[in-house]
Design a binder for this molecule. Structure first.
Ligand SMILES: C[S@@+](CC[C@H](N)C(=O)[O-])C[C@H]1O[C@@H](n2cnc3c(N)ncnc32)[C@H](O)[C@@H]1O
Length: 262
C-alpha cells in the first residue's frame, strides 16, 4: 500500500516534530558505535525528517539508509539530505527487514512509526536489533494523551474514540496505537535489554495554527469513524474556529525510546 501519508502533512509537522523529540536521548554516549563513519537506517523515513533532525546531533561522517514503502516519499527524502551527509534509499516494508539489512548499521531509527505496528511486529524488530547488537532510537510514538485548552465537554470522548481507532484491527493486524512504546519496551526487556524512554509531546499554539487545524481534521475524523454516534461536525467546527483565531493550544503526547544493546 502506498500514499497513506502525504508529503504536505509530513512537512507541515516537521518543525513541531523536531522541537518535540527528546534531544537528550540523541546525546547519550552509547547511542551509536562510532567506529569511523556512522551508518543510520531510518525505518518509515517518510520525507526524511528524522535524518534532518538527528544528523546535526551526531558526530562525524554519516551515511543514512532511508527506508520506506512509499516511493514518492523516498524520492523527496533523497532530494533533501543535509549537507555533508550521504544517503541511499531502500523501498522496503519494515516487516520484511532481516539481519542482512542491519549488517554494518550503527543505529536503527524511526519516528512516528511504532504505533502503526502490531505487538508481533515490534517484537520482531526488537529481536532483530538485539540479535545484531544495533542500538535503536524510536521517536514520537503516540502516547494517547491529548490536552486542549480551553477545554470542551467532548474532549475526553473524542480522545478515547481516537485512541480506540489507533488500536483498531487493520486486515489481520491489531495495531498497537498508544500501547506501542510499552510493547516495544517489553519486547526489548524480554530480549535482555532495558530501554530509556522520554516524553516528546507536541506543544502547539497560535504559531502552529495551520498544523493544529490539519491535525484536528485527522484526529476528529478518526474519532468519528470509531464512534459515529458522537456526531462530531459541530465539535470540529468549534475547535477549528478557535484554532484559526489563535485561541486554542494543544498538547499531544508522544514517547521516545532508546535501546542500547551493548
Ligand atoms: C507517520 S509517517 C512518519 C514519517 C517520518 N518518519 C517522519 O517522522 O516524518 C509514517 C511513515 O512510515 C511509512 N510506513 C508505514 N508503515 C510502513 C511499513 N510497514 N514499512 C515501511 N514503511 C512504512 C509510511 O509510508 C510513512 O512514510
Amino acid at each position: 500500500m502506498t500514499g497513506e501519508f502525504s508529503t504536505d502533512w509530513l512537512l507541515l509537522r516537521e518543525p513541531a516534530d523536531a522541537a518535540a523529540r527528546a534531544t537528550e536521548l540523541a546525546g547519550l554516549d552509547d547511542l551509536a558505535r562510532y567506529d569511523g563513519r556512522i551508518v543510520v537506517r531510518d525505518l518509515g523515513c517518510g520525507t526524511g525528517s528524522m535524518m534532518r533532525w538527528l544528523a546535526p546531533l551526531l558526530p562525524g561522517p554519516q551515511h543514512w539508509i532511508l527506508q520506506d514503502r512509499d516511493p514518492a516519499l523516498l524520492s523527496y527524502a533523497q532530494q533533501h539530505v543535509p549537507e555533508g551527509v550521504s544517503a541511499e534509499i531502500a523501498e522496503l516494508d519494515v516487516t520484511a527487514l532481516g539481519d542482512q539489512h542491519l549488517a554494518g548499521v550503527s543505529l536503527v531509527t524511526c519516528s512516528a512509526l511504532l504505533d502503526l505496528f502490531t505487538a508481533e511486529e515490534v517484537t520482531a524488530l526488537a529481536d532483530l536489533c538485539v540479535a545484531s547488537r544495533t542500538p535503536a532510537l524510536f521517536t514520537l510514538s503516540v502516547a494517547g494523551e491529548v490536552t486542549l485548552d480551553p477545554p470542551h465537554p467532548l474532549d475526553e470522548q473524542v480522545t478515547a474514540a481516537f485512541n480506540d481507532h489507533q488500536r483498531r484491527q487493520s486486515g489481520q493486524r491489531w495495531l498497537l496505537g498508544p500501547e506501542a512504546v510499552g510493547a516495544t519496551a517489553e519486547a526489548f526487556a524480554k530480549a535482555g535489554v532495558s530501554v530509556t524512554t522520554r516524553p516528546s509531546p507536541w506543544h502547539l499554539g497560535a504559531q502552529q495554527a495551520p498544523l493544529i487545524l490539519q491535525w484536528l481534521r485527522g484526529w476528529v475524523a478518526a474519532a468519528a469513524e470509531q464512534r459515529p454516534d458522537l456526531e462530531l461536525d459541530g465539535y470540529l467546527a468549534a475547535r477549528s474556529a478557535a484554532a484559526g483565531a489563535g485561541e486554542l493550544t494543544v498538547t499531544v503526547g508522544h514517547q521516545d525510546l532508546l535501546a542500547c544493546t551493548d
